[in-house]
Design a protein around this ligand. Structure first.
Ligand code: ZN
Length: 175
């Protein structure tokens, strides 16, 4: 998959991280800064070791479990030290986004999860490269809908319902 899809998939996944009883506070938790962090974590394996071809990916230090463990160590250490306002919850999402990238690459070509310790490759082209641009477009649309269009529509509807409710209360008070 392309780097855009890798960045967008965790952003889309985070939109399901909503506790129904606290919709307002949960939606404000996932602000632009946290979503950007999540997108960067999702794209990180490609950003840390850019490559064009599958052969380069299969010998990439950033596309394996050792790198994932390193990223987890860094993020959870920063969160524990209280640095950069990184909460444990956000660190866990960041590590998951990195792991998700590796899973997606495994089904779109393969990865060598223990490289450089072992050259053994897992996965295959279950999602062929010809589909990747379409996935970018699809994920972009879904992310826009879930993270921008839908919250705006819900907020507008909530305001309208609130205004109608206040109107009803006022008119019944007058009667
Ligand atoms: Zn990758």
């Amino acid at each position: 998959m392309n780097v855009l899809s890798h960045a967008l998939i965790p952003v889309i996944a985070s939109s399901f991280d909503v506790k129904r009883s606290r919709v307002e506070s949960e939606s404000s938790y996932w602000n632009a800064k946290r979503l950007t962090f999540l997108a960067v974590c999702g794209a990180a394996p490609d950003l840390l070791d850019p490559h064009l071809y599958l052969a380069s990916r299969l010998s990439s230090w950033s596309h394996g479990v050792p790198a994932l463990l390193g990223v987890a160590l860094v993020l959870f250490s920063l969160s524990r030290a209280g640095k950069f306002g990184l909460e444990t919850r956000l660190a866990a999402w960041g590590v998951s986004a990195y792991a998700l990238h590796l899973c997606c690459d495994a089904i779109s070509g393969g990865i060598a999860p223990l490289y450089p310790l072992s050259p053994v490759v897992i996965g295959a082209y279950y999602i062929p490269p010809v589909l990747w641009p379409m996935l970018d477009f699809g994920f972009l649309f879904i992310a826009y809908f879930l993270r921008f269009a839908l919250p705006r529509w819900l907020a507008t509807r909530a305001r309208a319902t609130g205004a109608r409710h206040r109107g009803d209360c006022n008119s019944s008070g007058q009667g």
